[in-house]
Design a protein around this ligand. Structure first.
Ligand code: KG4
Length: 338
């Protein structure tokens, strides 16, 4: 009998539902929330309310697009954390209610595990997935981590940011440039037409595999502050070069520690994940690095870099095979590591 998992993701500002049958993705529906744009960041209370509005139609659409009925679902996997508590409560409560109605088990998924396991989302049985062990560079708005993945449920954080995440570095510097939130995609777009060697920004010198991006942010801010004193239009006149130089610096910081981690672990496979892994420069740099060092590179489809329920469903599928279910008294958690 086939195993069909409904995945539900509601940890931040995307409501998503996906269907995975026998490890193959059948549907992945994402409703993004535009309500936050005018505030320059996610407003938790508004996010929870938008999830409440979206969750029923999104789950319904995922089931219909997969060509199944609710009674074909074997179990419901949901993101239990980390994330915004109000948002997580919507997905968790919905998963519990539906599972009681359908008399099927629930499976809790760590959102970060989901990002790491996004490389196991297959559209076709012959799609290639990573061999264990592999190294993941998880880079998003809230995380910058180097993770050694031994198995779907055995991951070790080798290094993490001690201050800002890579996505925050993109977003905060973009804000100083007057770009809309989130700034990462705008930097990516502007950088494509810019001279990346034009400006030099500070890089951290911290030992080991931890990251730091706050020094870069300060150095970027000071460069702009000093320049606009002489030329008030400096930022607007140099958007492309600023974006390209900033992106290049972030990539160099990311790659330096990735290289160290590859050498320390001796892994043969490197993967990237999280929102920042959508960045064109990061994708090319990691692919080139892996080619040069004869490593297998796993660069996710762009739709799987940001929050999505396909990764929750695939993580849930692996847990289902191990009968690793969740009890109804489990509640969401705002903070947790791997
Ligand atoms: O994983 P994600 O959707 O959720 C959070 O952890 O918040 O990541 C969002 C982050 C934001 O900082 C956004 O600016 C960044 O990913 N991002 C990008 C790109 N697309 C999204 N950063 C640089 N280049 C991009 N193309």
């Amino acid at each position: 009998m086939s195993i069909t998992i409904l995945g539900i993701e509601s940890s931040c500002d995307d409501t998503s539902a996906a269907i995975v049958t026998d490890g193959i993705l059948k549907s992945n529906v994402i409703a993004s929330q535009s309500v936050h744009e005018e505030y320059g960041g996610v407003v938790p209370e508004l996010a929870s309310r938008a999830h409440q509005q979206n969750i029923v139609p999104v789950v319904d659409a995922a089931i219909k697009r997969a060509g199944i009925t609710p009674h074909d679902i074997s179990a419901i996997a949901f993101t239990r954390g980390p994330g915004l508590l109000g948002s997580l409560l919507v997905g968790t409560s919905f998963a519990k209610g539906l599972s009681l109605g359908l008399r099927i088990p629930i499976i809790d998924v760590n959102h970060l595990h989901g990002h790491v396991l996004s490389h196991f989302i297959r559209r076709n049985p012959d799609d290639v997935v990573p061999d264990y062990p592999f190294l993941t560079l998880l880079i998003s708005g809230g995380n910058s981590q180097l993770i050694l993945v031994q198995n779907y449920n055995d991951m070790e954080i080798l290094g993490a940011t001690i201050d800002d995440a890579a996505g925050e570095a993109f977003d905060k510097c973009a804000k100083v440039m007057g770009l809309p939130y989130p700034g990462g995609p705008h930097i990516d777009r502007l950088a494509a037409e810019g001279d990346a060697t034009r400006f030099k920004f500070a890089k951290p010198r911290i030992p080991g595999l931890d990251y730091s991006f706050s020094g870069l942010k300060t150095s970027f801010l000071y460069t702009l502050r000093d320049a606009v004193k002489d030329d008030p239009d400096f930022i607007n006149n140099n958007l492309n070069d600023l974006a390209a130089s900033l992106q290049k610096t972030i990539i160099e910081i990311l790659l330096a520690k990735l290289d160290l981690a590859v050498k320390q672990t001796g892994v043969k496979t490197v993967a990237i994940g999280g929102g920042v892994s959508a960045n064109s420069g990061v994708r090319t740099a990691v692919a080139d690095y892996c080619k040069k060092h004869h490593l297998n590179a796993f660069i996710p489809e762009r739709s799987f870099t940001t929050d999505n329920a396909a990764m929750v469903a695939i993580a849930g599928y692996f847990k289902y095979l191990d009968k690793d279910f969740c009890s109804y008294d489990q509640v969401p958690y705002a903070r947790v590591t791997i």
